[in-house]
Design a binder for this molecule. Structure first.
Ligand SMILES: [Zn+2]
Length: 225
């Protein structure tokens, strides 16, 4: 027997000693338990004037500006390390809404990299059920195959008609249109089912016999008489 809880047991691993970082507002399968506030890490790197002069020269002849690329990678890593360190220091185990910003300093040859985000404490959600299309699909699939929805009633393809009131007059039985009160004489056929001369069952899907009122068009059910 497929068990829904077991199939969808999506408990994510504990964060442990790591610090998880995401650019999004949350981690799939984790719950934010505490907000620790903004954390950031800044790294600044000075390049000497001579190097900057050659960079300019390379730009002029169309060479690759590898020196700036290195600076940016190294500075990013430093900024990230500092952000992670301050997140750890305040007891967070994750950073959400993480961003990098690179700004060139007004001083020639300086570049500043800022890494920032919201430090949080997260915890795996027990038996996390993924949200969205796939999650719903799985949930429905499992429902269908485990009978969580216990009754599989056939889909009704008709709208239940109101029943006409049965009255007796002078030994005859009549059914009254629920809307306009027009009376129809009711007989029974050889099986004891109600029958109205000249009218057929108007709806084969709906149980019992229905007619459309000849005067007002209302469809109604002829009760057993
Ligand atoms: Zn009627």
């Amino acid at each position: 027997m497929v068990n829904r809880a077991e199939l969808l047991a999506g408990t994510r691993p504990e964060v442990g000693n790591r610090i998880l970082v995401t650019e999004k507002e949350s981690f799939e399968g984790y719950q934010v338990m505490d907000y620790k506030g903004m954390v950031w890490g800044i790294s600044m790197r000075s390049k000497d004037v001579v190097q900057d002069f050659f960079m300019g020269f390379k730009q002029f002849v169309g060479g690759e500006l590898s020196s700036y690329t290195e600076l940016s990678d190294e500075s990013r890593q430093k900024a990230l390390d500092r952000l992670l360190a301050s997140a750890r220091r305040i007891g967070a185990n994750a950073v959400i809404n993480f961003r990098f910003e690179i700004a060139s300093s007004p001083y020639a040859g300086n570049a500043e990299v800022v890494a920032y985000g919201n430090a949080v404490v997260i915890k795996p959600i027990v038996n996390y059920v993924p949200m969205g299309g796939l999650g719903n699909l799985i949930a429905e699939f499992v429902d269908a195959y485990t009978g969580c929805k216990t009754n599989f009633e056939p889909t009704k393809t008709y709208i239940e008609s109101p029943a006409g009131e049965v009255i007796e007059n002078a030994g005859y039985k009549f059914v009254v249109c629920p809307k306009c009160k027009t009376k129809y004489k009711v007989d029974t056929d050889e099986n004891g089912k109600p029958k109205i001369n000249g009218l057929q069952d108007a709806d084969n899907l709906e149980p019992g016999m229905q007619i459309y009122c000849l005067k007002c068009g209302t469809k109604f059910t002829i009760p057993e008489v």
